[in-house]
Design a protein. Structure first.
Length: 406
């Protein structure tokens, strides 16, 4: 095993970073360094480079995905977590951990823009990282124990082998209480605190809190020597995975491979032709599925798993992002009989955003629009506002805003 240099990233590439050299046994091989990435590169000569991502930039979450295939997991996980994330999944990078006994799959999520900025800065400094891990998962822990590191103005909390969070030190007490409440029956037996500020604000809780002895000079040194790469989530995966860069004696085996290919084509020509036909039919159906999805949701930029994305978008429409009986489809189900029962009206457009449904229509008179408003207003839990009404020849163009009320 080669000596390592563990680099701990900061908020931005312009902010000084910290690094710790480790020997082949994983013990500190010098003091903690502080400076630019270029200065860290000087200390990285002859060492394997391991980087710890800035904790607050990484969200550690878990998903329940039934498939065991790694390829299918990579496609399914973003959409399984879509409802729990504020950002568009297309703008995020997902790294998969090791499935636990509860069948939940740990996932590390980071904005691809942040990931790209750091990797570009590292490479411009001459650093090619072998792997990147969330710094929360470098916090030392023991079974049935949570661990906290408080350093500077932030904290790192590790609640399991591949779970934890990071945040401002001033919020530690509230966040810790919230995590304990969320843990339910899976409470830790104790909480170990590594406080490098001497001023950590801890909550008054029943769970015993142990203050760790000074087994490290600073938080970076503690994280570096405690990092177990087998128990962490590697983030240089997928589009960010390192290229293997090796060739298996291609020149030597090229002629043999060509002969084998000819033999396969000649001996299984009919089967190949049938498979080709089926493949074309499958591609045609796949293109049709994608076309149907784009027709239904023209605002989508990337279509990776149309079926899963369709289910996710339909669920969002049913729930309006809030669950229960609210949302576009339940609202249309309630007002549909009124909108569709009057032959003097013609709908031209519907727009639903943020719980508001805007309806554009043509009517044969202003009185007809006012009557429609009165009938809709009689529906329980619905409020109606006429946004505009103007005459256009022998007809009236109107716009109504329909909202659900609590």
């Amino acid at each position: 095993m080669r000596p390592r240099l563990v680099i701990r990233l900061s908020e931005t590439p312009e902010t000084p970073v910290r690094w710790v050299p480790l020997d082949i046994e994983g013990r500190p091989d010098g003091p903690t360094g502080v400076g630019t990435l270029a200065e860290a590169a000087e200390a990285a000569v002859g060492r394997r480079i391991v980087v710890l991502a800035h904790g607050p930039d990484v969200l550690l979450i878990s998903a329940v995905v039934p498939t065991q295939s790694k390829q299918r997991l990579a496609r399914a996980v973003p959409y399984a977590l879509e409802d729990q994330l504020a950002e568009d999944v297309d703008a995020l990078h997902f790294s998969l951990g090791q499935r636990g006994n509860d069948n939940r799959l740990p996932v590390a999520v980071i904005d691809t823009e942040i990931m790209d900025q750091w990797l570009q800065a590292l490479r411009e400094a001459g650093l090619e990282p072998d792997q990147l891990y969330p710094e929360q998962l470098a916090v030392p822990r023991e079974p049935d124990t949570w661990a906290v590191v408080v350093e500077g103005d932030r904290f790192l909390l590790r609640t399991g082998p591949q779970s934890g969070l990071a945040g401002d030190a001033g919020n530690l007490s509230d966040m810790l209480e919230g995590c304990l409440l969320e843990a339910g029956d899976a409470l830790p037996e104790r909480i170990t605190v590594h406080d490098f500020t001497g001023q950590a604000a801890l909550p008054n809780i029943e769970t015993p809190i142990d203050h760790a002895s000074g087994d490290a000079d600073d938080g970076t040194s503690l994280l570096a020597k405690s990092l177990d790469e087998r128990q962490s989530i590697p983030m240089l995966t997928g589009d960010y995975a390192k290229s293997s860069g090796w060739r298996v004696h291609w020149q030597r085996w090229r002629a043999v491979a060509a002969l084998a290919a000819v033999w396969v084509v000649l001996s299984t020509g009919q089967a190949w032709f049938q498979q080709w036909q089926l493949s074309r039919e499958r591609d045609r159906l796949q293109d049709r599925i994608v076309a149907v999805y784009r027709d239904a949701f023209p605002d989508s930029q990337r279509v990776i798993d149309p079926r899963g994305q369709m289910q996710s978008r339909l669920q969002a429409l049913r729930s309006g992002g809030q669950g229960g009986s609210s949302g576009l489809l339940p609202l249309l189900d309630r007002i549909g009989p009124v909108l569709g029962g009057d032959n003097g009206l013609r709908l031209t457009a519907l727009s639903y955003r943020g719980g508001d449904l805007d309806v554009e229509l043509y009517a044969d008179s202003l009185q007809r629009i006012d009557q429609l408003k009165q009938r809709l207003s009689r529906i329980d839990g619905v409020s109606v506002e006429v946004r505009s009404a103007k005459s256009e020849g022998d007809r009236v163009q109107g716009r109504l805003r329909i909202q659900e009320t609590t």
